[in-house]
Design a protein around this ligand. Sequence first.
Ligand SMILES: [Zn+2]
Length: 180
Amino acid sequence: MMPYDHAAAGFVLTFILLKIINPALMPDQIQSLLYWSLFWAVIVDWDMIISYGLMRSLKMGKVSHRSFPSHAPLPWIIFILLVYFLANSLYGKYFAVAIAGGAGSHLLVDTIEHGIMWLWPFSKKQYMLYEGPPSGQFSEEKNLLIYYAKMFRYVYMRMRSFKVGLAVVAAALVIFFGKL
Ligand SMILES: [Zn+2]
């Protein structure tokens, strides 16, 4: 999943959650929560920076950032509950919904074929619905731009989550421009 897929998924899930909960907030506060959901959906992948750092400093082989607790539900649930119970305004409490929609959607779509440690810390097994296409064949590519272009074309575009991503982006655009 690309950052824009994750952002769109976070937006759509938070929109649905807010429609169900129907909080007594002003329209601009709801809009602000929807914008925040984009941030929380994308921030989950920032653990990639740590995994790259680890690989370099420890000269380790491939370390998947999805094997970090930041890609497991429990730390997010604790964080969401903390925000909910520590917030002293209605907007603050519903901010927890934006985090849940953003980060929650991220873990859900990563489950399609990347794998998420749903049972962490009890198990480090990464659960996924489908095995994605092999992605190691371009690791010798020196030019980073060409590397990413090849990864996009031959790995990402062949994933099932690519189509899910397109559908989710379309749904987010309909919600946004349709002012639903
Ligand atoms: Zn991810």
